[in-house]
Structure formats: structure tokens, C-alpha cells
Ligand binder design. Sequence first.
Ligand SMILES: Cc1ncc(COP(=O)(O)O)c(C=O)c1O
Length: 282
Amino acid sequence: MDTYYIDGKFVDDENALISAKDITVLRGFGVFDFLITYNHRPFFIKEHVARLENSAREIGLTLQHSNEQICDIVVQTIEKNPHHTESNIRIVYTGGVSPDGVTPQGNGILMVMVTPKHELPTWWYTKGAKIITIDIERFIPTSKSTNYLSAVFAQQKAHKTGAVEAIYKDRENRLLEGTTTNLFCFKGNKLITPPDNILPGITRSVVLNLTKDHYEIELRHINADELKEMDEIFITASNKEIVPVIQMDEMAIGNGKPGDKTCSVMEMFKKYTQDYGQGKIT
Ligand SMILES: Cc1ncc(COP(=O)(O)O)c(C=O)c1O
């Protein structure tokens, strides 16, 4: 049994309930963020909570907690779950109950759900994964809103074809990001990732910092027609870390195996998260 925080109380996960009248339930109006722990230490908690606040601002949701209060509640909720080796942490801020079912009243509730970290298949990292592209543009892509209809829809399509992720492609044929991941491509010594119209991933920003002295970083849009020129591709996310991509739709990427440069980024990231967990990075 896990302990969640919900609306001022710590409760067993089964008793973490919200009103059916909440406009997160009725309209998908709310925000969330997701992070994991390394050695029980929440990874970049301040940045995740700042992103939650920004997500809320962008959709017009008023939060009644300061970022410091949310960070404190997250840490307390992790401490209430000492049976986890490592944790997944989902912070949700709902839209709240609204008399007309559509107008936010600034009465949303905060939930912090801490569950055991979910391990992903090892072959994703050793053999590399297949991904697909899908013609979808997210509404307010810089906000992690609880409206993830496009993600659930696109992931079903990906899973049907044996792919682990779907990459959104916009009307200009540009590849933006995955349903829950950011996209990176290596072309020679250049590491390319889209600059905007995406969720600013925390893993993405860590990867950019770690690699800036090793590779030439290009923040620019990637046209789908350019894919054949890319040597290596990988995707990043808090729960997935760095996943090498060996196939995009029907096209093999590189030599069909995780590329050397991607493996070097995976190594850098692994070392960094280990150091972070040991408190070597503040
Ligand atoms: C749309 C989208 N892009 C990118 C990401 C990756 O962000 P992060 O690295 O902060 O997990 C996520 C995370 O779930 C996401 O939902």
C-alpha cells in the first residue's frame, strides 16, 4: 500500500479520491508533473515544480500553494513511503469543482502520488527501440496539462506496431517531441533537438548541459524529410531516461543498433544521476 497526499491529508492510495464534479474529470482541465528519485532523492524537484507552476499559468489555472510548499509536500510524501527502493512521483493540480462545470474557481486540489519506480525492459537500452511518427499538434505544448488525449491515442497506435513511442509531427512536417519524451538526433558531431512548441523536458535540459562540451548543439526544428540524413536518434524522459532509437516508422536509423554517440550520452547521464543520488550534485 502506498501513501498519497491529497488535499491536505496523507491517505492510503485506495482512499485518494476526488470529486466527480472536478473539472479535471469533466473537462481535462488541470496540470501535472512527473519525476523520479535517485537513491531516494527527487531528481530536479524544484525544476519540476516550477514547470508545474508554469503549466498552470499557461492554461489559466490558479494554484493555492507556493512552489516551496509543493516541494515540501512532495518530500514529505516520499518519506511516508519508505518501502520503495526508488519512487515515481506524480504531482497533480486539479481544476477544482465549478458550479457551471466549465469556469475555474481557483479551488483546485493538490495530489502527490508516490509509487514504486517502474522498471522498463532492458532491451530498450541494449538493442534500441522502434518509434513511429504521428500527425498531431498538441494544444499549448509548453504546458503539461491533464489533457493527454493525444498521448493516449498516439501511444495505442505505437504499441500496435511494436513501437515504444510516437513522435508528434506538425503541419509543416516538423518532428517536435514524443507523447511523453523529447527528441534528439545526431548528425555527425551535431546534436540536434527542437527548440520550441514542445514541453521543455527536464531530462532534455540535463542532456543539453552534459553534452555541450562534447558535441555541437543545434536547437532547431527537424524536418521529417531530414531523418534519412541522421546518424543516430534518441528520446529522453524522466521515467525512461535515454532510449536509443533504431527504427523510425519503416526507416532503420544508423546501422540498426544503438549508436556510439548515443551510448556516450547514456553513460554521461548514468554517471550524473548516480552522483546526484549520492548528493555530489547540489
Ligand atoms: C509531451 C512531453 N514531452 C517531453 C517530456 C519529457 O519531459 P521530462 O524529461 O521532464 O520527463 C514529457 C514528460 O512526460 C512529456 O509529457
